[in-house]
Design a protein. Structure first.
Lengths: 110, 113
């Protein structure tokens, strides 16, 4: 079983839609959780950290469910510029490295 | 914005050449990483370092080697490049503590002819 699993998509949504991505992780001792965004042929960029109580940054909301070992990302009022691959990231068993999911592809259309 | 730099951005070179990909960060981060990523595919960790004189192999076996003589510098070397080494190589760093995110450089896109 992979450490971090994501639905690869693609998710095709119209502008203005709300879209949610889920991600599951296998290591119950994981302490650090992040969502990254990666544009085509670019480097991953940190979108937001995920905190136990859930957190929001503008149109983006991240939730963590430790009991079920899953993380979610909700994007409200989608913009064309949100089109990208979203990577779910969890710290590894060693604690020094991070495990990256394969990513979920989002395409927002006019 | 993270200050981590990779050079060159693009490299096209013939088989058998020795290549060094440079990565430097000015944030004083102890931990640094190298990833390999093919187009449309997932990231694979190939090397990481906890600090000066520390290097570890990642999840994906790689013929490359790394060194960490200075905190800010984490170069990756291929002694004899082959077409199978064609890929994008991404360097990242993170600060102290186990809960820090990684910040990535722009990457080096390597093509071996």
């Amino acid at each position: 079983r992979k450490e971090v699993e994501q639905d690869p998509g693609p998710f095709n949504v119209p502008e203005g839609a709300t879209v949610a991505f889920n991600c599951t992780y296998s290591n119950s001792a994981s302490q650090s959780f992040f969502w990254y965004r990666q544009d085509c042929r670019k480097e991953p960029k940190l979108l937001m950290s995920v905190y136990s109580s859930g957190n929001e940054d503008g149109r983006f909301t991240a939730q963590l469910n430790r009991a079920s070992q899953y993380i979610s990302l909700l994007i409200r009022d989608s913009k064309l510029s949100d089109s990208a691959t979203y990577l779910c990231v969890v710290n590894s068993n060693s604690g020094y490295a991070l495990n990256f999911g394969k990513g979920t592809s989002l395409l927002v259309t006019p | 914005e993270a200050d981590i730099y990779q050079t060159p951005r693009y490299l096209v070179i013939g088989t058998g050449k020795k290549i060094t990909l440079e990565c430097s960060q000015t944030m004083g981060h102890d931990k640094m990483y190298w990833y390999q990523q093919d187009p449309g595919m997932e990231l694979h960790l190939i090397h990481y370092s906890y600090g000066v004189n520390s290097t570890e192999k990642g999840d994906l076996s790689s013929e490359s080697t790394v060194s960490r003589i200075r905190t800010e510098h984490f170069p990756l070397t291929l002694e004899s490049a082959r077409p199978s080494h064609t890929s994008q190589y991404l360097c990242a760093s993170s600060g102290q503590g186990g809960n820090q995110p990684q910040h990535f450089g722009d990457g080096t896109r390597l093509s071996i002819l």
